[in-house]
Design a protein around this ligand. Structure first.
Ligand SMILES: NC(=O)c1ccc[n+]([C@@H]2O[C@H](COP(=O)([O-])OP(=O)(O)OC[C@H]3O[C@@H](n4cnc5c(N)ncnc54)[C@H](O)[C@@H]3O)[C@@H](O)[C@H]2O)c1
Length: 287
């Protein structure tokens, strides 16, 4: 029997084909197409070889940004860049491990060398699903938390020189509520939220806005190992969502686009929960 959530090539195309992102459906005849909100902006997205990071990179490119795609996976990183350039956008792949402060420095300085500046940083990279499920404290803290801090610390001086910028940290609902026994991941994501607030207070004077996004369940390849163990897992999770569905990478990409753009000019230190209502509560009392 064919699994409902199949990440094999054909199914993946539905969510990862740039056309699916670049040609936003327009069912009501309303103008929901690209508005070039990030025209002439330089953006870095960490962990952009697949999943949410890839969707963010594509969405930003669609809105006119030059995008630096960071990942530790060369094939996936090059694939994201190809998707952007094939659609007429501009992008560059840099393989930098964000958990290493020197690598993070190199990511920022190479971007400045290539494009002259950095306006937007999206800290999205996360360690492997196995490390998340096995509560690997070193890996979770090193990539999610120190990685966010490493890249942010390296980009702040560039943004200060520019007169401002926007940093978007991808946290998780696991940083807000207890869901599963993935304590190291949850603690790292809680740390990302605290880091967001601390840095936002410190750098408001520099016009650097720093916000975090807490996604609920998003259908990306991180779920593959869990689907192998239980092919129904995403179906079983869905009823917990008041909107009756789990999220797609573009749902988070659209939120990141808003926070990166000038439309969010008064937002900093905030936690944007994009979770289909999961953390609003899912019990409907029969009264
Ligand atoms: N998918 C979900 O259900 C979900 C839910 C809540 C939050 N999130 C968060 O969203 C973000 C993206 O999740 P995803 O599902 O797209 O994950 P993913 O595993 O599909 O993508 C993560 C990417 O990061 C890269 N990476 C790993 N280590 C790195 C390092 N040291 N330096 C640079 N890149 C590295 C990987 O190669 C991969 O391409 C993560 O921060 C995750 O915690 C995801």
């Amino acid at each position: 029997m064919k699994a409902k959530y199949d990440f094999s090539k054909g199914e993946r195309g539905k969510f990862y084909n740039p056309k699916a992102v670049f040609n936003i459906p327009n069912p009501d005849g309303k103008d929901v197409g690209p508005k070039m909100r990030l025209n002439n902006k330089i953006a870095i997205v960490t962990g952009a070889g697949r999943g949410i990071g890839r969707a963010v990179a594509l969405r930003f490119a669609e809105e006119g940004a030059k995008v630096v795609v960071d990942d530790v996976n060369d094939i996936n990183g090059a694939s994201t860049v190809a998707a952007i350039t094939d659609a007429g956008g501009e992008a560059l792949f840099i393989n930098a491990d964000v958990s290493d402060a020197n690598e993070a420095e190199r990511l920022i300085s190479s971007t400045v060398d290539a494009y002259g500046s950095v306006d937007i940083l999206v800290n999205n990279a996360i360690c492997s699903t196995a490390d998340v499920l096995n509560n690997n404290w070193e890996a979770n803290l090193a990539v999610a938390l120190r990685g966010t801090s490493n890249c942010s610390d390296a980009v702040v001086p560039v943004m200060q020189q520019n007169g401002g910028g926007s940093i978007v940290n991808i946290a998780s609902v696991n940083g807000l509520i207890g869901l599963q026994a993935i304590h190291a991941y949850s603690a790292a994501k809680g740390g990302v939220i605290a880091l967001t607030r601390s840095m936002a207070v410190a750098h408001g004077k520099d016009n650097i806005r720093i916000n975090s996004i807490c996604p609920g369940t998003i259908q990306t390849e991180v779920w593959e190992p869990m689907l192998e163990r239980n092919p129904q897992i995403l179906d079983e999770i869905t009823p917990w969502y008041p909107l009756g569905r789990i999220g797609q990478p573009v749902d988070i990409a659209n939120a990141a686009l808003f926070l990166a753009s000038d439309e969010a000019s008064f937002a900093t230190g905030a936690v944007f929960v994009i979770d289909g209502g999961l953390t609003a509560g899912n019990h409907q009392f029969p009264i």
